[in-house]
Design a protein around this ligand. Structure first.
Ligand SMILES: Cc1ncc(COP(=O)(O)O)c(C=O)c1O
Length: 457
């Protein structure tokens, strides 16, 4: 039976993600699982075959099924500890379930696939998303939603289009998401920065910039900031929205990881002015599938026509197949249970990373302490170059990101590295941190010279 088959796959994947089933352990026999799920042995064999295809388990004839042990798999590839990749953890992606949604979408949206479509996005998906957004404290209606080809597209279009306040410049936190820096750079938009630390931003400075710098909008990543992992308090968010209102500045709120927030009382900035001052953007790439290229933006009614023209000139409309499949996935309730599973996984990995940082990093090195999300940053001592350290680590197959590209030219610095927990294997976090500490000590002993220490690796 189709649903039993999916249930078994999901159950095994959840046990893998939670560490209940570990590498090398034996899975229940086909007979046991058939009894447990009240289904035929064939259904269990099909589910096991599917998990085998995904390289999560393997079978030994006449013995049974086992969890793949990556360390003992014959492989010519060196082991990489990946704190760099920022896509979702592949081990918990609902690949099979989503495959069914894609197939169903081809059928359901046949007519739409044969033609160009509503620039604003499939109306049934917008209805689903308006409901989903309520859980994130974004109360709006489907008429204000625009489906975009990834939230990056919304950012790019907003940076280029005129705003109702008639102003011209953009303000960003420093550091900020590299994709937005790149977008304003390519569009040659005049961009100001405001320093962000784990203590937040200086609200007096914000007021000064809003008052004096012809700011069209303030681009802000309010939860689990990229790259710092910082989140604002509700009071700070409220104050920022009040200042925006006072000085007729728009806010572009990039809530790319809002779904992961363990604090149910945390509001988006949107909640403090739902009528149009705050433009809310939601990505599905970090918590779901980046390859879908679907994001959503909530616009003030006043901006829908202009945004429509800019969106049309970029790509007519976003992929109907992606939109349709996401619509079916949301309707089925599978998205909500998927979010529940990943919330747990990512906060566990973030916790493991912070425990390792606390235990291993030398006292003159600081690290940020996000409550969840993907990113944590390490602030290096002033005499250590982030670029050099990242290079050294790369030689040892430990991947991390030098945060230099996340700063505007006027804010450049070379002492911040970004670690992402999304794709790193949980069991390798401590080992990766030990290597970081080792490379750091080499650089300190050899006067921060990559040339001097490279041969010691
Ligand atoms: C803060 C932030 N916003 C937006 C994006 C773009 O995401 P999407 O895939 O939805 O375009 C990213 C991607 O890394 C990001 O880190």
């Amino acid at each position: 039976m189709q649903t039993k088959y999916l249930e078994i796959i999901k159950d095994i994947k959840t046990q893998l993600a939670k560490g209940i089933l570990t590498t090398g352990s034996k899975l229940p026999s086909v007979r046991q699982l058939a009894q447990q799920f009240s289904c035929s042995k064939n259904t269990v064999i099909r589910a096991y075959n599917e998990l085998e295809k995904e390289h999560l388990i393997f079978s030994i004839p006449k013995s049974g099924y086992y969890v793949v042990n990556k360390a003992t798999q014959p492989s010519t590839q060196p082991q990489i500890i990946d704190f760099l990749s920022a896509g979702p953890d592949k081990r918990i992606m609902p690949y099979i379930e989503f495959q069914h949604c894609i197939n169903q979408a081809i059928d359901t949206y046949k007519e739409e696939l044969f033609s160009y479509n509503d620039q604003q996005g499939l109306s049934s998906l917008r209805v689903q998303l308006a409901k989903y957004l309520q859980g994130l404290q974004v109360f709006t209606n489907p008429e204000r939603l625009f489906i975009v080809s990834g939230s990056q597209q919304a950012l790019h279009l907003l940076a280029s289009m005129p705003f109702p306040n008639g102003k011209h410049n953009i303000l960003v936190e420093q550091p900020t998401y590299f994709g937005f820096i790149e977008s304003v750079r390519l569009q040659q938009a005049t961009t100001f920065g405001i320093d962000l630390t784990m203590e937040g931003i200086d609200l007096e400075q914000l007021e000064y910039i809003f008052r004096n710098n012809d700011i069209k909008f303030f681009y802000i990543v309010p939860r689990f900031h990229n790259p710092l992992g910082h989140s604002y308090t509700n009071d700070e968010k409220k104050r920022i929205v009040e200042l925006a209102e006072k000085y007729n500045v728009y806010i572009v709120e990039d809530d790319f990881l809002g779904d992961l927030d363990p604090n149910t009382k945390s509001d988006p900035l949107f909640a403090y002015n739902p009528s149009g001052r705050v433009i809310y953007i939601k990505s599905f790439s970090k918590v779901f599938l980046p390859g879908l290229r679907v994001g959503v933006v909530v616009l003030p009614a006043l901006m829908i026509n202009d945004f429509s023209r800019y969106k049309f000139s970029a790509d007519f409309n976003s992929s109907v197949l992606s939109q349709g499949a996401l619509d079916i996935y949301l309707k089925s309730g599978m998205f909500n249970s998927h979010i529940k599973a990943i919330k747990e996984l990512y906060s566990r990995k973030m916790n493991a990373l912070q425990i390792a940082c606390e235990a291993l990093l030398p006292s003159h090195t600081f690290f940020t302490k996000p409550t969840s999300g993907f990113y944590l940053s390490i602030i290096l001592p002033a005499h250590i170059s982030a670029k050099q350290l990242v290079h050294l680590l790369h030689e040892k197959n430990i991947w991390m990101d030098d945060a230099a590209r996340m700063f505007l030219p006027a804010y450049q610095q070379d002492h911040l590295i970004r670690l992402s927990i999304s794709q790193v294997d949980e069991h390798l976090i401590e080992e990766g941190m030990k290597e970081l500490v080792y490379c750091l000590s080499l650089l300190e002993r050899h006067k921060n010279s990559y040339k001097n220490v490279h041969h010691l690796l």
